[in-house]
Design a protein around this ligand. Sequence first.
Ligand SMILES: C[S@@+](CC[C@H](N)C(=O)[O-])C[C@H]1O[C@@H](n2cnc3c(N)ncnc32)[C@H](O)[C@@H]1O
Length: 313
Amino acid sequence: MAPVPDRLDGAPAVLRRQAEEFLRHGVAAVSPGLRPLAGLDLTAATRLAPLPYDDAGFSARVLRLQLDQSTDQSSRRLSVIARHVDWVAGRLPVGSLRRIFHPLCGPGLFALALRAQGVERYLGVDVGPAVIAFARRVAGQPPAVDFEEGDAQRYRPGRESFSTCLLTYEALNAFPPRRARSLLALVAATMQPGGWLAMDVRRAGDAGPVSGRRCSYHAGGSVFAAGPHLLLDEPTVLGRGAVSGHRFLVVRSEPAVPVTMFHSLVWYYPPATLERLLDCAGFDLEAIEQPFVLDSDVPEAAAPVFVLARRRS
Ligand SMILES: C[S@@+](CC[C@H](N)C(=O)[O-])C[C@H]1O[C@@H](n2cnc3c(N)ncnc32)[C@H](O)[C@@H]1O
């Protein structure tokens, strides 16, 4: 017997039935022909579409989550960001935070937290239109503080060079190895020789068992869709623990509305792989530390570590 769905308050009967079928039989019960995510090899996993952060509606819903101070989903709380920035400032040589490049910057919360650190120039890049609009409104004005809307992977380094690059909230883990290497190479190209890369990275997944399928009803919408819908979550681990992920299905009560699907994958980077990736991009790994646990709900071994690397001269 499948577990009884426990977050379906207010769901219409038709969606409750779909939820029960999904819990018993998996994704094919709601989307015939769809294979379980668990069967995917890593090459196929690299081809899955990323979350649509560049979509205006999705970005607006992500922004709401990023600003919610009751959760660390999508952006960490201001108090955690302040602690993170203090740690970076304390570990880097004086003056290193003068010129900062911050791909996947989110809604400007790091730029705000960096104000007290003597930053002369900060450039954040984020693909989310609502996220960037908010950052521009609250976190500062060009030329000192600037936010560019676009895919960080396509950022073209110009003539300016930065003294430190930040990759926060496990940004590197959002990319499979080849793209992670390209992102690091791009970062290196924006930096002055001897400049610093400071990032938090997940080395490994939670060693515990993969939790099962979950479903929830969202009368007022969720980050994945506006309006009432059933959200089905199929978690999985791929490549013997190299990647963990979720497939989310949005199901409406109107049968004519097709099911929509999202994938969210985390590519883990153990220290040896990380050192290799950094080396290929022209960085020397200087430190991997865990001065405090960023995510209190994640076991210590799976929690992100703080990495400092130096651009070779
Ligand atoms: C998990 S949030 C983290 C935000 C921020 N780094 C922080 O620590 O608060 C991921 C952010 O990256 C942005 N993003 C995702 N993929 C991106 C890409 N390829 N290029 C630029 N931004 C991206 C999203 O819009 C979102 O704001």
